[in-house]
Design a protein around this ligand. Structure first.
Ligand SMILES: NC(=O)c1ccc[n+]([C@@H]2O[C@H](COP(=O)([O-])OP(=O)(O)OC[C@H]3O[C@@H](n4cnc5c(N)ncnc54)[C@H](OP(=O)(O)O)[C@@H]3O)[C@@H](O)[C@H]2O)c1
Length: 376
């Protein structure tokens, strides 16, 4: 990439927890520049800087004067991140893809569509080839690419590190942070001093998405990996960071040292290609009998590293361990950024626009809604 060249990008769902995390991580990004923010009718028309900011890092000054837009195609740049609520994402993301936008989504509705890539860039970057199928079958000028459910990301990275030993049966219990439910999320009365042993739809997502991500591209779709996953999901009174206890049975059970070594050396296309959001180590093995912990280990790799500890024999399956990942970063915003960066280096975005020729006019806070009149 030449200095000064970058793609203009927009964020759908920019007012939510994940959307704000995307906006924050785009600040100073070497390849992408935020010029458009979209959300629901509730926020449309508001100056972004006047809306509540939910993160503990400051809101980037460069976006304060953008007006939030309605989530309809029209004035948005070609490249969009989506952090839309799942209930809204199904139709809105489709409308943008039909209108020629490349949508990199955090939301659930399209993840299991046969022609939609569900990507963890270290694990299955080759599944992006499904975009050719998507274009042929749907005749879209644009595209939809998805990243998985947050708990799925951490589990799948661990299982991918162990691929040579062929994980066959997995039992995972999640202890999921409150921020995983978005904002405002759960009533404090429900979750403070409590554990809720149910998260709607979450167990199914972990089980089905894992099989697709670890699967093999065959013709026009992905043949699921045969790994069997049994997931229990719980919500716990932690702000950020999903912890997972994982027990695994292998077809070729290794020695414990080989397991540790496989985690420590795990790396993939983002590291080889030097993608800006790629952590040096996607997985770090954390020493200590009582680690990883959300308060101590969440910031590794700028939130993009999964911490793993307590690797030991399991008397029922072969091995068990504890994994921890940042749900709104590696599990959402950072995952989407890494996906967009992968699309860029793999040529799916085309050449970046030249220096000083922005592809969209920022919807600055000079009054009114850019694109209010409907689709262009
Ligand atoms: N939180 C996590 O850890 C996490 C992890 C992985 C994936 N995800 C997924 O990422 C997405 C965003 O999650 P979140 O936690 O950021 O949720 P959130 O805080 O509830 O934010 C939802 C966003 O969607 C917008 N929205 C809601 N209804 C809309 C509509 N009808 N039209 C247009 N925009 C609408 C909201 O805009 P307003 O502010 O205007 O209402 C807001 O910007 C969800 O699909 C979620 O499942 C979340």
């Amino acid at each position: 990439m030449e200095p000064g060249q970058c793609w203009d990008v927009g964020v759908l769902g920019a007012t939510g927890l994940v959307g704000q995390q995307i906006v924050r991580r785009l600040e100073g990004h070497p390849w992408f520049r935020t010029c458009w923010l979209g959300a629901s009718e509730r926020s449309a028309g508001s100056r972004y800087g006047d809306l509540p900011w939910l993160l503990n890092e400051p809101r980037p000054a460069s976006v304060n004067d953008l007006f939030v837009q309605r989530a309809t195609p029209g004035q948005a740049p070609r490249l969009l991140f989506s952090a839309l609520d799942a209930s809204a994402a199904l139709d809105i993301e489709k409308a943008f893809a039909e209108a020629g936008h490349i949508v990199v989504s955090n939301a659930r509705p399209h993840r299991l569509d046969a022609d939609v890539p569900l990507i963890v860039p270290e694990v299955n970057p080759g599944h992006l080839a499904l975009l050719d199928v998507q274009r042929r079958q749907r005749r879209w000028q644009g595209a939809i690419v998805t990243n998985p459910n947050c708990s799925t990301v951490f589990l799948v990275m661990v299982l991918a590190a162990f691929r040579e030993f062929r994980p066959r049966r997995v039992v995972v219990t999640t202890l999921q942070a409150v921020s995983g439910a978005g904002y405002p999320g759960l009533p404090s009365w429900d979750v403070l001093g409590n554990v809720i042993p149910f998260i709607d739809g979450e167990e199914e997502k972990i089980q089905t998405e894992t099989a697709k991500i670890l699967g093999t591209l065959e013709g026009n779709s992905v043949a699921n990996d045969p790994v069997a996953v049994s997931a229990h999901t719980t919500r716990v009174p932690v702000a950020d960071g999903h912890t997972e206890t994982i027990s695994i049975e292998f077809e070729r059970p290794p020695a414990e040292e080989a397991l540790v070594e496989a985690l420590a050396r795990f790396s993939g296309r983002p590291q080889q290609a030097g993608l800006p959001s790629a952590p040096r180590s996607p997985i770090e093995v954390v020493p200590g009998h009582d680690r990883p912990q959300p308060r101590l280990d969440l910031a590794r790799g700028n939130g993009m590293t999964v911490s793993v500890g307590r690797i030991r024999r399991c008397p029922v399956l072969h091995y068990r361990l504890v994994a921890l990942g940042h749900n709104t970063v590696r599990g959402a915003a950072g995952a989407a950024l890494l996906n967009m960066e992968l699309l860029a280096v793999d040529g799916w975005l085309g050449p970046p626009p030249g220096a000083g020729t922005p592809s969209c006019e920022p919807a600055l806070a000079t009054g009114g809604l850019a694109g209010q009149g409907g689709d262009a």
